[in-house]
Ligand binder design. Structure first.
Ligand SMILES: CC(C)(COP(=O)(O)OP(=O)(O)OC[C@H]1O[C@@H](n2cnc3c(N)ncnc32)[C@H](O)[C@@H]1OP(=O)(O)O)[C@@H](O)C(=O)NCCC(=O)NCCS
Length: 179
């Protein structure tokens, strides 16, 4: 299957929104499949468009049938505009340093999984990001995102900094290994 990875653009926002909607559990925790993974936050299409246009660290993977996957990541300077200073993300990035990067979302459509699409998206992101510290969070409870833990923790060496609990959810905050 031919899949092309490129920088995301504003025009991709509606497709990123639709893909996220398709991997977001409708019911918590019933629809949360730990092996398949899931995204918890669904941004409006306009937010995906605006953030893709603003950040050079957002990528999409396209197949002949449309969007196969995407990755969104933002430098600390943009996060400071989008997240309140007392938010978990803002605090994590303050700790990680002024040049840190938040890897916000990565998703591949179920039809395109286990083909290396996420690996290609991540590699494109890592090349653009360089040696800057990368932080991300992964759901630990009520259902652990085992798919994401395998991808980031087990295969790429991300290490747990701490857990935080909010509204019945427990997230692990992870930091990328130094290159
Ligand atoms: C996590 C996720 C992004 C991985 O996407 P993916 O495109 O399937 O990932 P890859 O194909 O790069 O790697 C997955 C597996 O396929 C294997 N693989 C890669 N290329 C392959 C190929 N050409 N042929 C066969 N297997 C391959 C990888 O080695 C890996 O193996 P593993 O399952 O034993 O660990 C995807 O499962 C997803 O979108 N989940 C829902 C959203 C989500 O949970 N996001 C993370 C939120 S924190």
């Amino acid at each position: 299957m031919l899949i092309a990875v490129r920088r995301a653009a504003a025009a991709d926002g509606a497709h990123m929104h639709a893909l996220t909607a398709s991997v977001r559990p409708a019911r918590v925790p019933e629809d949360m499949d730990p092996a398949a993974g899931f995204l918890m936050s669904l941004h409006p299409a306009e937010t995906y468009s605006r953030r893709a246009a603003a950040s050079h660290l957002c990528f999409v993977a396209e197949s002949a049938s449309g969007l196969a996957g995407f990755l969104t990541a933002y430098p600390a300077s943009l996060c400071a505009c989008w997240y309140p200073p007392d938010s978990g993300y803002a605090r994590a990035m303050a700790e990680a340093g002024p040049d840190s990067v938040l890897l916000d979302q990565i998703a591949v459509s179920p039809a395109h999984r286990k083909l290396g699409v996420a690996t290609r998206l991540y590699d494109a992101f890592a090349a653009a990001c360089g040696p800057r510290p990368v932080v991300l969070d992964i759901l630990h409870a009520p259902v652990a995102n085992l798919s994401s833990l395998r991808f980031f923790r087990d295969q790429r060496g991300y290490r747990l900094l701490r857990e935080s609990a909010s509204s019945g959810f427990v997230y692990g905050l992870y930091l990328a290994p130094r290159p």
